[in-house]
Design a protein. Structure first.
Length: 320
């Protein structure tokens, strides 16, 4: 089926990087009727660079993706190469697009390369759902601009799950990944990271939420504490998961889930892990982050910090 047929339902996970989107997509992928493709916006770059599938093999050697990419109506021959290259290049465009959209008051048309990237991805959603016998796709792409490009395209119905995580945890995670940098660079990084967290979340609310078919917001911390209750946070999605859809816990456990092998095209290293996995919030920032860094993050994320319930009172309750 292509973009001109029935639209495909896609559960799109939006939110700032390091907000737990990979594990959330894996949990959703365990529900009957849903197929998790990981971060689909990186598919073409992964195909061109021989990246790995979640099942561990090269994407181009994975039986599932070979079938999907052969069957999907992505152009063939030279056109195919051009489309793949254009789609891979739109990543730099995705970074500046939100600001263009805001400036144009959401009225302007999308750049052609981005329209083609979205159309090619939607064709893949249809082919992947057919190959996996799924009724809906889970895409953990996160990017607000890519979500907007999808909602402006034919052939897809976007159900946005906006996952938010305490900005102190997110900033700490970003800084941890730059631990080799000097103290001065890291100091600057706190402010930059706090603003980046705000920007991703503001843009998700400003440009993605109004154009989505459905929108639900959940906190990573709530999911990580009680993964089995995931569907109660996103009730509109329960129907997509079909009757009896629920996250299975290991017997006698409250936070150990059994994850299947997946075919995600991109995401963090968590996606390569299958079998019993303990899901719990990573709260290292509470002991490892300086008071000054915490204060900076709070000062520059305050309105959203409150809006999402990461205020002082709530955190004291959690700390008990
Ligand atoms: Zn695979």
């Amino acid at each position: 089926m292509d973009g001109r047929g029935m639209p495909i339902d896609v559960i799109y996970i939006a939110g700032a990087p390091r907000s737990g989107t990979t594990i959330l997509s894996q949990l959703l992928g365990e529900l009957p009727g849903l197929f998790n493709v990981g971060e689909a916006r990186f598919l073409w770059r992964q195909v061109l660079s021989s990246g790995r599938c979640g099942c561990g093999t090269r994407l181009i050697a994975c039986d599932f993706w070979r079938e999907v990419l052969t069957d999907s109506p992505v152009p063939s021959g030279d056109d195919r190469t051009r489309t793949l290259a254009a789609a891979a290049l739109t990543h730099s465009r995705l970074r500046t697009l939100p600001w263009e959209l805001v400036v144009r008051r959401l009225g302007g048309s999308l750049p052609r390369a981005l329209r083609e990237h979205a159309a090619a991805t939607i064709a893949v959603y249809h082919a992947a759902a057919a190959a996996a016998h799924a009724s809906a796709i889970v895409d953990a792409s996160k990017s607000p601009s890519f979500a907007y490009a999808l909602t402006a395209s034919e052939g897809v119905r976007l159900h946005v799950v906006h996952v938010v995580r305490d900005p102190r945890a997110v900033v700490h995670s970003w800084l941890r990944s730059q631990s080799g940098a000097s103290a001065r660079v890291r100091g600057r990084g706190v402010l930059y990271s706090a603003l980046k967290w705000s920007a991703w979340n503001v843009l998700t609310e400003l440009i993605v939420r109004p154009s989505a078919a459905t929108y639900a917001r959940l906190r990573y911390e709530d999911v990580a504490r009680a993964p089995a209750a995931l569907l109660s946070h996103i009730a509109p999605l329960a129907s997509q998961a079909g009757p009896g859809g629920r996250i299975g816990l290991l017997e006698g456990e409250t936070s150990v889930v059994e994850l299947s092998t997946n075919h995600t095209v991109f995401g963090n290293g968590q996606r390569f892990i299958s079998g019993p996995v303990r899901v719990e919030p990573d709260e290292e920032w509470r002991v490892a982050m300086s008071r000054r860094a915490r204060a900076t993050v709070i000062a520059f994320t305050w309105p959203l910090l409150r809006r999402y319930g990461f205020n002082g009172r709530d955190l004291r309750r959690i700390a008990l």
